[in-house]
Design a protein around this ligand. Sequence first.
Ligand code: SAM
Length: 564
Amino acid sequence: MTQDYLKACKQLIGQGKYHEAITGLEFILHLNPNLSAAYSNLAICYSNLKNWNKAITSILNALGHGNNQYQDLEELLNILEKSELKSYVPLLEKPLKLAMELVKLEFRVIPLLWRQLISKHPKALSLASNSFTHAIDLLLQDEVFCKLIERSLITDYFTENLILISRQEILSRAVEGDDIHAYLPFLSSLACQTLLNDGLYSNTKQDRLYLNKILDNQNTTLEHFLLLICHSSFEESLMLWKKNQDLFKNDQFKSLTSDLQFYTDVSLSKNKGIINQKTSKLVQSFYMENPYPKWKSVKVSNQVKTNETDILFAGCGTGQQLIDFAITHKMSHITAIDLSPTSIAYAELMTKKYDISNVNFILLDILDIDTLGLRFDYIVCTGVLHHMACPSDGLAALNKVLTDNGRMFLGFYSRAARKSLKNIKKNIMTFLKTDEEGITRSGIKQWRSQLTTENKANAWYQVSDFFYLNGLYDLLIHPQQIEYSIPEIKALLNKCNLSFVSMSPTIKNREEFKLILAQNPTNKDKQTLDYWHKIELRYPEAFIYMYQFHVVKSPSSVLNNKRP
Ligand SMILES: C[S@@+](CC[C@H](N)C(=O)[O-])C[C@H]1O[C@@H](n2cnc3c(N)ncnc32)[C@H](O)[C@@H]1O
């Protein structure tokens, strides 16, 4: 009988009759107070009615009683994302930590846990500080804070500053012989962050003095070793790990050892493929040293497309873009090519993390794509062609393997948006008193460590690439890049017989940009590059990340391709 009632309540929910459904569900719970499905459905009703307190209580009840854990955790995330709850709710911590361990939910939990943490530690996370305080001390010993810096790249200067103050304090305490045992979880997580940001944080003179004392000590302890990793470059960290693996048998360091193993496997990957073209070789060696982007988790959607298609990721990098795609298109065959063996190894290991089996990775130059003898219905190639000696040759090679009805999703640098990057680069060279050739990783770290508050307020200094060295290298020190204007993109597409379909602006959330877009609301206009050119003239930062757009083969070229 309960199941029939439940079915009826679900129908009411489907019809949007939430109040009636709630009455029914409360009756069911009166009969059977342990029925988790009733709580889950109550949560859905309250969430639709925007009664967030009751929605949260109901979903926590469902989690407490039920075995539908994944769905209930997912619903909890839906509710929290919609509610924008700002206050700290202790009861949420356990389920959110649980969700963090589920690969497909990990990415979504991170901002929610940050939100909880900010309201739990307002003094440490809202008030700027130049010294180590009791509030910061408490924060460092919070497991959630440690998990967050272990799992995701820190992309704000406030948290970065807090981390640097803490790192300095713990190092000085360790050298002075204090017991720093309580900070081991923090240090282990900070070591993960340091690996993720490629050892971005530079060391002060005082840090170096302390580090030398640690290195002089014959008896390196676990604490010392962790401190060394937190102050080392990426390569030094992997060397340290190679020599001291035995120190880390304890389960407490599982995440750090797994990261160290991951990056070791990536860096040892072999070059399985031959690259002939001169510029491609140059770009290959750049991305072998700087696999891009560095990442740990991605948003995964629930939609699954059942059609079977052949998809190409041309210049897949470390695979961040393809994970969600491979999951949602699980019936499709995905080929992912790149020049860089380290990027491919990174991407391949990540597909294992996400249990993906429909991607075939190949080390190959886009220029040689036709040697595979394959044709593709959809090609994704963003942030790649502008690193080729002749992007139109690359585009033509991709067009050749695109089916007649196929689509491409392309991404190119915008010259207008990147104008101020030239000044930033000049600024680095002036600071380091060198030319472009003389810029080194440690030089960039030094330059970054003296940025002013005014610098940091600039839009470019806030993009995530500014928070890890490989990102900064990709942004500023690339050996081969071509920037475009929209008329140049138009000419490039014409040359390759391709037609523009639609633009995907990546900064659509910026208020001023939304206003500009709203002034010309016809969809037909948006389907032309001329429209986007006008937009960019008014708002030069519109394509700060890139021009990203869909194209198809031009009708005339499809007709010419048809065989008699
Ligand atoms: C900036 S990363 C972009 C990665 C990925 N498309 C993304 O958006 O996350 C550029 C990638 O393109 C690859 N690449 C550059 N030129 C290439 C070429 N001629 N053939 C294949 N891959 C290329 C590089 O090795 C690098 O991994």
